[in-house]
Design a protein around this ligand. Sequence first.
Ligand code: SAM
Length: 228
Amino acid sequence: MEQNNKDAVVSYYDEIAGDYDESRFGNSYGRFLDAEERRILDRLLPPNTGERRLEIACGTGRLTNYATHGLDASGEMLARAKERHPDVTFVQAMADDTGFPDEVFDAVYTFHLLMHLEPSVIQAIFREVCRVLKPGGRFILDIPSRQRRQRLGHRQASWHGGTELSTADVRDLCGDAFTLRRSFGVLFLPVHKLPEGLRRTLGGLDFALANGPLKENSSYLIYELVKN
Ligand SMILES: C[S@@+](CC[C@H](N)C(=O)[O-])C[C@H]1O[C@@H](n2cnc3c(N)ncnc32)[C@H](O)[C@@H]1O
């Protein structure tokens, strides 16, 4: 990543760190997303397995309870994560240059990062994750669905959330390094807009639709890749 770009990312997140949790995950959309992501991570990253797990772009530590190590570019975001998870080892670094030795992690995961990045940076991150994962290790990531955005004619106006991928794109990124094991759709219907009671009832239906044959029409997909 270019130095200017890195500096811009760090200062953007340093500035919003104090408000990040409330502004992104304090509303009904954020709460719904957080619950759905946890539902899937509970399955993919169960506790007490003894695995070494790195969360890339851990931010304020919202999902770092699944990790032994956390990494983020922003010192201010990391300061919050450290307070929340005193037992986790944190490093301030870029996702495409983590500084960890080769083949030390059983799993690496990242959420709400790749959607903000240029394709060349995503490619560099795939290479770096492959380097730090043990053979057979897993890379878990989320990305907005290209198919859904195309269908809805959705265009993101800025870099923020501006990147989406199809499953075919993810397979291309895997190359010979990873095999796509499975994927999960998230948020098929606008369930987060319903009143709380109805949301609970329809949440199961949404999960079923998001994980059925029309999966690629979900808002996001979460992919589990295995290092070859
Ligand atoms: C939208 S936040 C997501 C935080 C957390 N993963 C979550 O889901 O709540 C994006 C985070 O990625 C970090 N970040 C952005 N670009 C990065 C990069 N190239 N390398 C490492 N961290 C990066 C930011 O500092 C920020 O904490």
